[in-house]
Write a protein that binds this ligand. Structure first.
Ligand code: SF4
Length: 206
């Protein structure tokens, strides 16, 4: 079971397969096609306990990484309580030597947890990378298929808007595949209106 893994100098953390979306571009789709993601066992046969996850961290030289990134095969905020517990444990152990902490998220943490979680991120999370994915709710829903339907789009925007008061770096991302220049400009404007940064990512074919 792969709980933590290295990628480009950062330590990535995989706590869950769960997600409320089913994005067309999700790397999880590679699972059924015998891709490297199947063989790499990022698909968890079961969720690790918080103690198992901490054990995986402690087997590594934590201060040597440039960043710690909670992402995984699923949406990490399904395990927000465990994620924040892990951050607290690591901060207690490593203090100033702890690398910055990032969460890669679909921005649905408040929907998923049924409460406003943003204040809980303060002092714990350095960067939130939120998938914007589209410049409107209909296209977003067609692309990401959130179980909550089109309301998930506005919930994601609201999450970004609020989180910036608690997290130093809030970045929204889009994947460039199938985006027109006009759509990209609109996404830039949405991010600017929210007061956050937009990052345009290249499509990774799984
Ligand atoms: S939000 Fe992320 S984990 Fe969930 S389906 Fe989309 S790409 Fe996959």
């Amino acid at each position: 079971m792969t709980i933590t893994y290295e990628y480009e100098g950062a330590l990535y953390v995989n706590l869950t397969n769960k997600c409320n979306c089913n994005c067309e571009f999700c790397l999880r789709h590679g699972k059924a096609q015998g891709s490297i993601y199947t063989e790499d066992s990022l698909w968890l046969e079961r969720e690790p306990t918080r103690q198992e996850a901490l054990g995986s961290f402690l087997s590594r030289d934590i201060p040597s990484y440039r960043e710690i990134v909670f992402c995984g095969y699923g949406e990490p905020t399904y395990r927000l309580n465990d994620l924040l517990w892990l951050v607290d444990e690591l901060k207690a152990l490593y203090g100033e030597k702890l690398p910055p902490i990032r969460i890669n998220t679909n921005g649905h943490a408040n929907l998923i947890n049924g409460r406003d979680v943003c204040p809980e991120l303060k002092g714990r999370i350095d960067t939130l990378s939120i998938s914007l994915n589209s410049d409107n709710a209909k296209d977003y829903t067609d692309l990401c298929h959130p179980v909550q339907g089109e309301e998930a789009y506005q919930a994601m925007l609201d999450f970004a808007d609020e989180a910036k008061h608690y997290v130093p770096h809030v970045v929204m991302t889009i994947v460039d595949k199938d985006k027109t220049p006009q759509e990209i400009e609109h996404c830039k404007q949405i991010a600017a209106d929210l007061g956050v940064t937009l990052r345009i990512r290249s499509f990774i074919d799984s």
